[in-house]
Design a binder for this molecule. Sequence first.
Ligand code: BTN
Length: 274
Amino acid sequence: MIMKIDDINSCSSSFLNYAVLYKEEVDSTNLWIKQLAKEGAPEGTVTIADAQTAGRGRLGRVWASEGGHSVYMSILLRPQIAPEQASMLTLAAGLAAAKACDQIYKMHTDANAPVSSAQIKWPNDVVLSGKKVCGILTEMGMDGAKIAYVVVGIGINVNAEAFPEEIRHTATSLALESGVQISREEVIKAVLTEFDHCYKQFLETGNLANLLLEYNEMLVNRNREIRVLDPKGEYGGVAAGINEKGELIVNKKDGTCTEVYAGEVSVRGIYGYV
Ligand code: BTN
């Protein structure tokens, strides 16, 4: 076995009762867990794979998922919320992943080295030194007008040493940033522990009110000039932070303010990825 799943199953969780399943190779941990969801798997089921043959990213992109060095995991949720609230979960998951990456990165980085902090690129990319270290794909299954399940799929570059040409300048790994190899089990445990907390906080209010401060503190786009890549038309402005619904508040150059809903939209810094 490539990962020590027994270690992960002992992960401290007070709210979600995690049950972790592992395969060396799968098409996508999101597809696998969606099948389990349809078969009645409970909230808290987690699927993990060493490699994915059809890893999927946001906005229809491919998520390169070679084996041996990274984390590909999905968490099954069955929240009793309205469908329009589900997009907020993706930001709660982004915060959890960012806090976990920050902890692990700092724990393994020489105290004398210049240390940066993990940050969030809205809505839920985790970045270290301005490069992406983790991405999240949230998917939802419906039962009539009600949510049957939500799947939070998390991909983390843990020990990757190199990236394909097209993402070389925008991607990094925890190992590249800290200079040491990092245990994937340790990363998974940290993510599950942080997610447990963030999910509970989200369910308390049904929005991001409890997480807003922490999220905005980690938001790399805050007070920065950005381009909003909206399929209906691109525009520029300065990001002020998110609101309780997880929308990005953007002060446009014409003096108006707009709230951007994640859906089909992404943002870019004007000088590059962030
Ligand atoms: C993105 O930033 O585009 C989101 C990437 C999400 C990748 C993860 S890896 C585990 C899970 N399974 C998938 O097929 N995708 C998500």
